[in-house]
Design a binder for this molecule. Structure first.
Ligand SMILES: NC(=O)c1ccc[n+]([C@@H]2O[C@H](COP(=O)([O-])OP(=O)(O)OC[C@H]3O[C@@H](n4cnc5c(N)ncnc54)[C@H](O)[C@@H]3O)[C@@H](O)[C@H]2O)c1
Ligand SMILES: [Fe+2]
Length: 434
């Protein structure tokens, strides 16, 4: 039954891809809704969650008892130098587990580096992975896990839906940013530097078996990374909530994430050592991950992935710059949803009209970005790149994202043009009264 559903889903996605140039936006929306009727029945496994300060050590204790012959820990050099691995590695050692560390992952996990990590995994005869870090380390881990289970298939050929025949090796995850939600998602985003593109591998079997949300690992995260990754989590929740694959479950997760982010992201940004705010942001990121791994994302991500591939713009920053524009474009079709988000973000009350509340949520997103020092423009963006960026973003969105209001190529170009350096700046949002 599950295989039948997956085959049907693939066919629907191919159909939507093949017809994207001729089907008008309304038709595309109908196709995507049809796909969503199928995807909602695909089972998505969930990891066992360990939450709270010290949970990375508790994850190490648990994993040490699982009988793996050797575990590969995948991380980056900053995390390694900060000593963040110590509670995990101490627990693994105390539990008698063998492990090796690959700490060379760089942002957006480029393919050649993942290939080096795959060789490292194989030459050390590993049989499980602990993904330790931000989305880049977690997604590199997922890509390694699929690749070593499917020898002979290149990483590029594994990009897409369920391209690996065999199940990935077991992954355990310790996120150190509160942003991507990759610890609970079916996706791995890697970069293909040769083609200046980001690739997405999708396979529900890549979801980690266990994840530790340990806020004590996040207290040294610099404010600008806290801001960008926090808005990545907000974007996951919002795009899942306004899209057409939403379910009661994804809505619950998305609304919880939005509430937690509006309550805690400013504090995590200005007072990074605040463990309570860090823990709530870690939970928000995971909830947003649960929401979008079921309901998917939209144009914000479609455009952000192109900025990441072309200019190496950090993923969260790219999302943060585009989120206000995509929301304003989508607003006529999602007034009620924006109103619900406003109430959950506590920027309005249920007594107000939907129109008023929707506008309040749009203003609140602008204000949050301003408070977090998110720029209004993307410095690296070049006018001459915009047609290709828009084409690739539309392709990505129109072949997989159930967005509430579709764009033409020209509309997408115009939207990207709004964040050109020197573009007419959006009026700075009003500062709140003290
Ligand atoms: N798989 C998914 O579902 C999914 C979802 C969203 C984004 N992504 C992908 O994740 C990647 C971005 O991940 P990210 O935003 O978490 O950033 P990242 O993993 O690239 O890390 C950003 C920077 O923060 C540093 N850092 C991480 N944790 C730290 C800590 N605790 N203290 C100090 N420094 C720390 C890292 O060393 C790095 O320099 C992108 O490639 C994006 O496309 C994947
Ligand atoms: Fe994201």
């Amino acid at each position: 039954m599950r295989q039948d559903l997956l085959v049907f889903l693939k066919e629907l996605l191919l159909f939507s891809a093949a017809t994207k140039d001729t089907v008008r936006a309304a038709g595309l929306g109908a196709v995507m809704r049809g796909v969503g009727m199928v995807t909602r029945f695909i089972p998505i496994p969930q990891p066992t969650l360990l939450v709270g300060p010290g949970s990375s050590g508790r994850l190490g204790q648990a994993v040490a008892g699982f009988g793996h012959s050797k575990i590969l820990i995948v991380t980056d050099s900053i995390i390694s130098k900060l000593g963040l691995l110590t509670p995990l590695t101490d627990a693994l050692t105390a539990g008698g587990a063998q492990f090796v560390v690959f700490d060379e992952i760089t942002p957006d996990a480029p393919i050649p580096l993942i290939e080096t990590a795959i060789e490292f995994y194989q030459s050390n005869n590993c049989d499980a992975i602990v993904a330790f870090g931000g989305g880049s380390s977690m997604d590199a881990s997922k890509a390694i896990a699929v690749s070593v289970a499917n020898p002979g298939k290149s990483l590029r050929s594994l990009a897409g839906y369920l391209k690996g025949l065999r199940a990935p090796v077991k992954i355990y995850a310790v996120p150190t940013t509160a942003g991507t939600g990759s610890e609970v998602t079916v996706a791995a985003v890697i970069s293909d530097p040769a083609n200046q593109r980001k690739l997405v591998i999708v396979d529900p079997r890549m979801v980690p078996k266990m994840a530790a949300l340990d806020p004590s690992l996040m207290t040294g995260l610099p404010p600008h990374i806290t801001a960008a990754t926090g808005i990545d989590a907000l974007t996951h929740a919002v795009e899942a909530f306004i899209g057409n694959w939403k379910t009661p479950y994804s809505d619950g997760m998305a609304l919880s994430a939005v509430g937690l982010i509006f309550e805690n992201l400013r504090t995590a940004y200005t007072d990074g050592k605040n463990l309570a705010a860090r823990e709530k942001m870690a939970l928000a990121s995971t909830y947003a991950g649960f929401a979008f791994t079921r309901a998917n994302v939209g144009y914000v991500h479609a455009i952000a992935h192109q900025f990441g591939g072309k200019y190496h713009t950090p993923h969260g920053l790219a999302n943060a710059i585009m989120l206000p524009h995509v929301l304003k474009y989508s607003a006529p079709n999602i007034t009620e949803k924006l109103a619900q988000l406003a109430v959950r973000a506590k920027v309005g009350t249920e007594e107000e009209s939907s129109e008023v509340l929707a506008q309040k949520f749009l203003d609140a997103v602008d204000q949050l970005n301003a408070d977090l020092g998110i720029p209004l423009v993307l410095d690296a963006l070049q006018e001459s790149d915009i047609p290709d960026l828009a084409r690739a973003a539309c392709h990505e969105a129109h072949t997989g994202y159930p967005v509430p209001r579709y764009m033409t190529q020209a509309q997408c170009e115009d939207m990207i043009r709004k964040v050109l350096p020197g573009a007419a700046k959006v009026a700075a949002p009003k500062k709140k009264k003290a």
